[in-house]
Design a protein. Structure first.
Length: 218
């Protein structure tokens, strides 16, 4: 493993552990998905007696939480959440994000919307000045794949079907290449209006409240 990879792994672990600072006693914790979140779940296991349980955004995270003996609650029964902890594929200086590299964007966006505070945990490689270097994931109803792709081409994007991937919701993912997203709030709103789009991987209308790069808040 090179030093660069070692640094990234260390930052992911630091960010996952640092996120515990924001978890209050008695909370139901919204938990995201991905490699950095996996470190957070491991850290959360050490204080599991202090929390009421977790709401999970993916089958993968649910399995890891249950393995640690952390109760996983249904969001419909949990009500508003105090906090949501998740990673990102990209983060701009305004805490707006691209998410969905792991195909869990829809549940992630739902849990983020239910939470009073969204803490995003990343390593420094995820920081960008303008979103779009990482292809933008869009979850679509399967029959709408070609329709949505044609609309994306009209907007100047290059849609690529993530062939062989089915989301936890039974849908498909289109990854959009070639966009520099100067106004992610407007683009998120526009893409949300396309028939067949389930969720857009832009977290801009509701950005993160706190971003941790390693153990440092930025």
């Amino acid at each position: 493993m090179s030093n660069a990879h070692g640094d990234i792994a260390a930052q992911k672990r630091q960010a996952g552990e640092a996120a515990l600072r924001y978890v209050e006693d008695g909370a139901i914790v919204g938990v995201g998905t991905g490699s950095t979140v996996a470190f957070f779940i491991d850290a959360l296991a050490g204080v599991k007696d202090r929390i009421k349980g977790a709401v999970s955004s993916s089958e993968q995270s649910t399995a890891q939480l249950k393995k640690h003996g952390i109760e996983v609650l249904d969001l419909n029964g949990a009500g508003p959440l105090a906090i949501y902890i998740d990673g990102a594929d990209e983060c701009d200086p305004h805490k707006r994000l691209i998410k969905g590299g792991g195909a869990a964007l829809t549940r992630e966006k739902i849990v983020a919307a239910a939470a009073a505070k969204f803490v995003c945990i990343i390593d420094a490689s995820k920081q960008v000045d303008v979103l779009g270097r990482f292809p933008l994931p869009i979850e679509v109803i399967p029959m709408a794949r070609s329709l949505v792709s044609r609309e994306i081409v009209k907007l100047g994007g290059q849609p690529v079907w993530r062939d062989g991937v089915v989301t936890d919701n039974g849908n498909w993912i289109i990854d959009v290449h070639g966009w520099r997203i100067a106004d992610p709030v407007a683009l998120e709103r526009e893409l949300n209006q396309l028939a067949g789009v389930v969720t857009v991987g832009l977290f801009a209308q509701r950005p993160a409240d706190v971003v941790l790069v390693g153990d440092r808040e930025v």
